[in-house]
Design a binder for this molecule. Structure first.
Ligand SMILES: O=c1ccn([C@@H]2O[C@H](COP(=O)(O)OP(=O)(O)O[C@H]3OC[C@@H](O)[C@H](O)[C@H]3O)[C@@H](O)[C@H]2O)c(=O)[nH]1
Length: 362
């Protein structure tokens, strides 16, 4: 069901979640059994929830898999092409009877029987998504089309991890979901932000045209253990630099702001959105806002007070401010972040120390 509110925002409430009945068949099997004699005995398929996570070997994806695997009713399949993800992030699940890992690129079609799809696959660090922009836009457009095609075929519910980058360089602050954004359609970031915008459009078109159950999360900057050390994003850069005793590289002017969400809060928000009744889009992020200079000062104070802060050139189209309005997530999902930046940074530091082999000073 879709309706337009007075301000033009899509107010969409979707169908209730599927019953966890062992006798529930996916649409694929319903089609196959449509011509069958109604007296034929059909054995139940299974009662478990079969969940596909695309990009499940990545930073957020692997934390999501950890959480989903805690529930013994869940069978989790991960597909990943390992461009930025790594098998290492999932090593504790490899060989587990409820877990499967497939090397697969979502720009190619996939046929698999699942009940839910968490569609995360896409490089998220600006350095990596700008490295091969044509591939990035293919991943967002063709990858999302493929996953929607799969959702349609098997009757699965699909959640897209969209991004705060759909707001571009925002002129409204903080950003509510009703804001349509200020995006440069031909800039170096557009493969990602316009790619995600088209992905959102595809989600709603499949929902309106084919009745697919959709969920859209707009993810704001997220940090935590397992981020690639050479990921290029600001929190991982500053922590790695502080641990190596290198200067912290603040890109000019340093007054630009971001709001950082710890990964466990992010995963909690994504699962609540998937399990809830609202299509979104819903912002998932921590509204605590910091300038990049403030972030550098905090990392310096917490991790290595001896390092210097160095101003370096910025990249084109860097958004000057970003902060989520999370009223909708609070109201509709009962969600808000719990971990403050000063609590999350030491948890990430611990993981980076282990991986970099830098022992803690006594
Ligand atoms: O070493 C660095 C790296 C980055 N920065 C600055 O830190 C800010 C944040 O940059 P990041 O590269 O971490 O991330 P961005 O906010 O640009 O993009 C992110 O936005 C939200 C998510 O969807 C994605 O993870 C990513 O696209 C920028 O203003 C950048 O100029 C530094 O000051 N120093």
């Amino acid at each position: 069901m879709a309706a337009n509110s007075s301000n033009g925002e899509q107010q969409t409430t979707s169908k209730p979640p599927p019953l966890p009945s062992p006798l529930r068949f996916s649409k694929f099997f319903q089609d196959i059994f449509a011509d069958m004699n109604p007296n034929t005995l059909v054995l139940p398929v299974q009662s478990n929830m079969r969940i596909l996570v695309t990009g499940g070997a990545g930073f957020i994806g692997s934390h999501l898999v950890d959480k989903l695997m805690e529930n013994e009713k869940n069978e989790v399949t991960v597909v990943d092409n390992y461009f930025t993800g790594s098998k290492d992030n999932l090593r504790k699940w490899i060989g587990h009877p409820r877990f499967e890992l497939i090397r697969h690129d979502v720009t190619e079609p996939l046929l698999i029987e699942v009940d839910q799809i968490y569609h995360l696959a896409c490089p998220a660090s600006p350095i990596f998504y700008k490295y091969n922009p044509v591939k990035t836009i293919k991943t967002n457009v063709i990858g999302t089309l493929n996953m929607l095609g799969l959702a349609k075929r098997v009757g699965a519910r699909i959640l897209l991890t969209s991004t705060s980058e759909v707001y571009g360089d925002p002129l409204i602050h903080p950003q509510p979901e009703t804001y349509w954004g200020n995006v440069n359609p031909i800039g170096v970031r557009s493969c990602y932000d316009e790619g995600k915008r088209v992905a959102e459009t595809l989600m709603f078109d499949y929902h309106r045209q084919h009745g697919i159950e959709i969920r859209i999360a707009r993810i704001f900057n997220t940090y935590g253990p397992r981020m690639n050390i050479d990921d290029g994003r600001v929190v991982s850069n500053f922590i790695a630099q502080a641990l190596r005793g290198e200067s912290l590289t603040v890109q000019k002017p340093g007054t630009q702001t971001r709001s950082f969400c710890y990964v466990s809060d992010m995963v909690d928000g994504l699962i609540r959105l998937m399990e809830g009744e609202n299509t979104g889009p819903i912002n998932i992020g921590n509204p605590g806002e910091f300038t990049m200079l403030e972030l550098a000062e905090t990392v310096k104070e917490l991790i290595n007070p001896e390092v210097e802060i160095k101003m370096v050139e910025n990249t084109p189209d860097d958004p000057r401010q970003r902060k989520p309005d999370i009223a909708k997530a609070k109201e509709l999902l009962g969600w808000e972040p719990k971990v403050k930046l000063r609590e999350g940074l030491p948890l990430m530091e611990e993981d980076f120390r282990l991986r970099l082999g830098v022992t803690k000073k006594i």
